[in-house]
Design a protein around this ligand. Structure first.
Ligand code: GUN
Length: 293
């Protein structure tokens, strides 16, 4: 069993990005610039956004954090996004989700310039990904593809079973795994909350990707011997032995499942650390106008 080390892979990718930024600056270019919008004071979201801003500094990007109170109106927020769309100094924009209930996230996405949508959530980027055209890929699926690629995991003709069909992970990774690319060329099954006999499907998987948010959902009996298991779940569960009172748990019962696997991601330290690296990668691609001219 080989552990897929997301932390190490993320650090390698961030070093590569930092080296490219040095080169860009040496040649008289400007640093890539990411703007992040945060609304409200949700603890998890504040941590994520702060980590994204800190990561920008680490690789030599400029960043702007725009933090608004929960009572900002939808129209005020949309106008802010329109301003950023017009700001030639800003290459990439993310609006941290979830948003307060009175703001429609789809409106936010529709108003955003898809050329700056480094989260890859805008319908134009989703459509381009499905069509196999250059697009910003959402950070988590992009990170999973990087892990498979950098560990030289063979996906050609393999049966990939994806559990979860979210717009952020399950749906895009199922598309990417089926594409005529490497990694890719897999036969893909998508399972969800209404799948009958989930274990029957997961047991067929050569590559099992789980993105549900139910700690311990995947047990030993649900995994084939020698499978590659990618666990995207990161749920906070109470843990009195930790000072902060919680720890992260994945969707896979790691202790029992890991011995059966050829490769498996730990939680934490698997897919999680890659998401920031891939956001930085998309921002670099935005600055270089690699995706949209
Ligand atoms: N909330 C949870 N994941 C994400 C993400 O990848 N991007 C943004 N903007 N918000 C999120």
């Amino acid at each position: 069993m080989i552990l897929l080390d997301g932390k190490k892979t993320s650090e390698a990718i961030q070093s590569e990005i930092a080296a490219e930024v040095v080169k860009i600056k040496e040649q008289g270019g400007k640093a890539p610039h990411l703007a992040a919008i945060l609304v409200g004071h949700d603890g998890g979201s504040m941590t994520y956004v702060n980590n994204k801003v800190l990561a920008c500094e680490r690789v030599g990007f400029d960043s702007t954090l725009l933090h608004y109170e929960t009572d900002i109106t939808e129209e005020e927020l949309l106008n802010k996004i329109r301003e950023i769309n017009e700001d030639a100094n800003i290459d990439g924009l993310i609006v941290q989700l979830p948003l307060p209930k009175h703001i429609n996230p789809n409106m936010v996405l529709e108003v955003m310039d898809y050329k700056k949508d480094v989260d890859g959530f805008h319908p134009v980027n989703v459509g381009r990904m499905v069509a196999g055209l250059p697009a910003y890929l959402p950070a988590t699926p992009y990170g999973i593809m990087q892990l498979l690629e950098r560990y030289n995991i063979d996906t050609f003709g393999k049966h990939c079973v994806v559990v979860g069909r979210s717009n952020i992970v399950g749906t895009p990774i199922s598309i990417l795994m089926s594409k005529c690319t490497n990694p890719g060329e897999a036969t893909v099954t998508i399972c969800h909350r209404n799948t009958v006999n989930l274990a029957h499907h997961t047991r067929q998987a050569d590559i099992l990707i789980v993105a549900v948010g139910k700690p311990g959902l995947i047990t030993e009996d649900m995994v084939k011997e020698g499978a590659v298991v990618i666990d995207v779940g990161t749920t906070r569960v109470p843990d009195a032995t930790r000072e902060r009172g919680w720890r992260l748990r994945g969707d896979v019962d790691f202790e029992k499942v890991a011995p059966k696997c050829s490769y498996i991601t730990p939680v934490p330290g698997g897919v999680g650390p890659l998401t920031i690296a891939m956001l930085l990668k998309n921002t670099l691609r935005a600055a270089k106008k690699e995706v949209h001219s």
